[in-house]
Design a protein around this ligand. Sequence first.
Ligand code: UT7
Length: 336
Amino acid sequence: MTQNLKPLKIAGVGYCVPETVVTNDDLTKLYDTSDEWIYSRTGIKERHLVSGNEGAVDLGEKAAKQALEKSKINPENVDLIIAASSAPPKLYPAIACQIQDRLGIPNHVPAFDITAACSGLIYGLSIAKAYISSGMYKTILIVATDNNSRLLDWEDRSTSILFGDGAGAMVVTESDDGVDDIIAIDIKADGTLGNLIELPLSGQNCPLVEPCENHKQYIVMNGKEVYKFVARVLPQYVEDLISNADMKAEDIDYLIPHQANLRIIHAVQERLGYSDDKVVTNIKYYGNTSAASIPIALAEGVEKGNVKLGSTAILCGFGAGMTWGGAIVRLREGIC
Ligand code: UT7
């Protein structure tokens, strides 16, 4: 029996980064490092960090508002909210529920968070795709937001140099013209590599029983191993995603990758044979904003004129889990 799958439209995209900027030179006040070391190994010059009480929900709210405005969809018409965050500031209520409250999205609409670290946007989009295809929901708000800076050990120079804070959002709807903006989408995970990037939540046992180990509640990363794994897996993965969609690299206009390390981005770029103008990079100014990095790169790329709409793009990301994923998407005029 063939199912009548409904096509998905990417209707709007938005982003938000905090105002406060911390440069590589600023970091030399914290530990022995240099702009030259950080920039040559990662491509990062500066990052935007939350300050005061500002957090992932505030950033996500602003990005979501922008995406809704661009999509010309009222909050009352959203019928599902998915928030992706590497580490939500509160495990509950979910970021998605807090954004529902702040935006005035009707109070019966389902809302939940997913944890797929830096692959969060792609995971969220794949869930939205399944819901829209089946006809279960028609208008879905996906918010990807992270305030990594609050979860870092600011004495650990090998990890804290990498991350920044930010949010990106996407509104997807059932397409009314029959065209599906998701040409291909795929997600993967390998839990055997879970120890490469961890953020333990500690807590303690009941005082009447044997105490548990206490872990520092910081991001702990084996950067070298993450780098080796991703540099080995991602270029081939992206190439396979394209060929499984019966396409060729030259059929796609842009590569919009997770911004974790410029050298990893270059490895994917090289495999696809893309010139610099086809590859969206903003890691220099934002660092690694985890789940938010792909939608920020997309929305900011359009804003700066580096991404022309009426085009196609391949999005790809990887992160703790290890998780990874990719999507080939159509970028319609007017989405941001
Ligand atoms: O979405 C999250 C995904 N995560 C990633 O994508 C991370 C991928 N990994 C990386 O980007 C790189 O592994 C890093 C940039 C994190 C580190 O680069 P590396 O070339 O792998 O450096 P390393 O950790 O092997 O350290 C090399 C040296 C060490 O000194 P010794 O032992 O050789 O004397 C470190 O102590 O560099 C030293 N080092 C630093 N020196 C100056 C480490 N961090 C710094 C620093 N400044 N910030």
